[in-house]
Design a protein around this ligand. Structure first.
Ligand SMILES: Nc1ncnc2c1ncn2[C@@H]1O[C@H](COP(=O)(O)OP(=O)(O)OP(=O)(O)O)[C@@H](O)[C@H]1O
Ligand SMILES: [Mg+2]
Length: 213
């Protein structure tokens, strides 16, 4: 794995349970300012199972959980998990979050399921586009995770430089990644908890990797 800069967009895909969230959690624990958009409310699921919300980090000291965007003005930790309240589960609120990250700069936005904020290849919140097209020079970048590469905006893969691709059971999803990157390796399933890793700027084909948890 090559080093991933704070000025690089990262794309992580795979079917449910393949290891996407665990991967983002693992790597992003080592970065400074990170905000996780948790539309699937993984927080509640983990609390039910008595699992840490962010392995290796401490709630209150390293990160806080918020449910409303207005709380962003008062946070003191460098990391945040945002589980949008019912009233904030709208594209308008997601766009406001993307705008906040864009204007703040020096922040990594972890979108845990891209489909819940942008499920159309050509229509998506304007500040998501701003992050993808102009965020890199501001260190305001996106780590986007998804189960369905087929249905997400084209700008996402076109602007990402690091790819972690776990098992995708739909051939169309694998084809989408293969075509977007130009690497036929993505037609093959890497294996359980195994990902294909690609640094597109290195011009070297994808290699298999696995997190040692
Ligand atoms: N490298 C690994 N080694 C062992 N277990 C793993 C590994 N990666 C993931 N797991 C296990 O698989 C479970 C599911 O992983 P994770 O929540 O990251 O999946 P996901 O791809 O985010 O799924 P979803 O799309 O449903 O959110 C984790 O709770 C973890 O226990
Ligand atoms: Mg997940």
């Amino acid at each position: 794995m090559s080093f991933i800069g704070t000025d690089e967009h990262v794309f992580i895909a795979g079917m449910t349970g393949s290891g996407k969230s665990v991967t983002a959690e693992h790597y992003l624990a080592g970065y400074d300012h990170v905000i996780k958009l948790d539309t699937k409310d993984e927080v509640s699921e983990r609390r039910r199972k008595n699992k840490p919300l962010w392995k290796g980090l401490q709630e209150g000291k390293d990160y806080v959980v918020i449910t409303r965007l207005a709380e962003l003005d008062h946070i003191e930790t460098h990391k945040v998990i945002y589980v949008p309240d019912i009233d904030e589960q709208s594209l308008e609120h997601y766009n406001a979050l993307f705008k906040w990250v864009y204007e703040r700069q020096n922040t990594i936005l972890w979108i845990d399921e891209l489909m819940s904020v942008a499920d159309n290849p050509s229509r998506y919140p304007p500040y998501l586009k701003a992050l993808y097209t102009r965020g890199r020079s501001r260190d305001a970048v996106v780590w986007a995770l998804t189960q369905r590469p087929m249905d997400i905006p084209t700008i996402v893969m076109a602007n990402s430089t690091h790819f972690f691709i776990y098992n995708l059971n739909m051939p169309q999803d694998r084809e989408k990644v293969a075509k977007a990157t130009g690497y036929p390796e993505f037609y093959d399933l890497p294996g359980k908890y195994v990902f294909w890793y690609l640094n597109i700027t290195a011009a070297v084909p994808p290699v298999r990797g696995q997190l040692d948890l």
